[in-house]
Ligand binder design. Structure first.
Ligand SMILES: *Cc1c(COP(=O)(O)O)cnc(C)c1O
Length: 387
């Protein structure tokens, strides 16, 4: 038999490896400490902040899916991002970040810059030509990328920006939370490091806060592992076990999320109450061609615009199948109003510059029957029409 695919190998991570009882599903190792085999004879594990078998199993599964050389499981997506910053940046260095990156990342980069840890440059990476020129001119230490963006699902051409970064010796890091390695593999496109909030699709059940770092090269993976165990950003055994359980259904979930999202995007487009639909799978989406080339699917997130706040209120009040909540990637459908929720800390000027209006709603399309989801949204649009 030929070598099984990365998906098959990741789905079988740890299956049937338990030697104590022959359990098919690998057990959780909760112990914080491990015996020495004898005087001055440590075993492979000694203390669980440094290394834990359950956490290692999850790291292996994610590394396999991303096609990396190694990785580390962290306590949260922000913990993963912090670990990468500790590993890659020294004072005097600089980092180029997307002008519309995840709000938590934005805050971390800027507050650390305020304290003098490094310099931050914000760039619109979706304008490929201008962004490549800016990267060549700035020659930053790190280029941070996130695609599709939140909440407008704008697409960054990873290969071209990463190539420009390489020309000037910059390291490229991609936050791959929105698509997961099932739909996008940044290391194959040249990225040095991939980060995840496993809180979202990788766990997929909205019951764990977690994160992960995957590095293309073993020495970077070792450096991230060193900083995770040294700073304590690493994840717990119980959370790792839950995320590994969630990931066993990742490929089928991602397909089903996409079927629902694409049906919803098509149903919303052209509706008289809907002023715009943002979904990279729609042929008229500005990033459609790049997305079709660099992704193996368009994902489960859709955003769209109503006329304004009155319509949004009427639309939301009465939804049956969408919960009004932040976050994404779970089996349940969620709806969020960017301006008052995820992006509430942005000034009106910054919101306008980022193209976020009062009527903008973001959907994390869950695994419910797409027909029910569309009927629920249509009923909301009827309410919005008389608001
Ligand atoms: C949620 C999220 C994060 C932060 O992850 P936490 O697990 O909440 O710390 C980072 N990047 C993206 C794109 C996210 O959606």
């Amino acid at each position: 038999m030929t070598e099984p695919s990365s998906i098959t190998r990741a789905m079988r991570a740890g299956i049937g490896t338990d030697i104590s009882a022959g359990a098919v599903i690998p057990p959780i190792h909760m112990s914080t400490t491990y015996t020495f085999a004898d005087f001055n004879e440590p075993r492979e594990h000694d203390y669980a902040r440094a290394a834990n078998p359950t956490r290692e199993l999850l790291a292996d599964a994610i590394v396999t899916l991303e096609g990396g050389a190694g990785g580390v499981v962290c306590a949260s997506g922000m913990g993963a991002i912090t670990t990468v910053l500790l590993a890659l940046l020294t004072s005097g260095d600089s980092i180029a970040i997307p002008h519309d990156c995840y709000g938590g990342s934005w805050r971390l980069f800027h507050r650390l810059a305020d304290k003098g840890h490094f310099t931050v440059h914000t760039v619109d990476f979706t304008d490929t030509e201008a962004a490549c020129a800016t990267v060549r001119e700035l020659a930053p230490t790190v280029v941070w990328l996130e695609t599709p963006s939140n909440p407008l699902l704008r697409i960054t051409d990873l290969s071209l920006i990463i190539a420009a970064a390489k020309e000037v010796g910059a390291r490229s890091v991609v936050d791959n939370t929105f698509l997961t390695p099932v739909l996008q593999r940044p290391i194959e496109l040249g990225a040095d490091i991939v980060v995840h909030s496993t809180t979202k699709y990788l766990n997929g059940h909205s019951d764990v806060i977690g994160g992960a770092v995957v590095a293309a090269r073993a020495e970077d993976a070792e450096m991230c592992d060193f900083w995770a165990k040294t700073s304590g950003t690493m994840g717990t055994a119980f959370d790792s076990w839950l995320v590994l359980r969630g990931m066993r259904t990742l490929p089928v979930r991602m397909k089903a999320h996409e079927v629902g999202a694409s049906a919803i995007a098509n149903a919303l487009q052209g509706h008289p109450q809907v002023h715009a639909v943002h979904y990279p799978g729609l042929p008229d989406h500005p990033g459609h061609e790049v997305a079709a080339r660099q992704q193996s699917g368009f994902g489960g997130m859709v955003s769209f615009e109503l006329a304004g706040e009155a319509q949004v209120r009427a639309f939301i009040d009465g939804l049956q199948c969408f919960s009004l909540a932040e976050s994404l990637g779970g089996t349940e459908s969620l709806i969020s109003h960017s301006v008052t929720m995820t992006h509430a800390s942005m000034s009106p000027a910054a919101l306008a510059k980022a193209g976020l209006c009062d009527g903008l709603l973001r959907l994390s399309v869950g695994l419910e029957d797409p027909e029910d989801l569309i009927a629920d949204l249509y009923a909301g649009l009827d309410r919005a029409a008389v608001a």
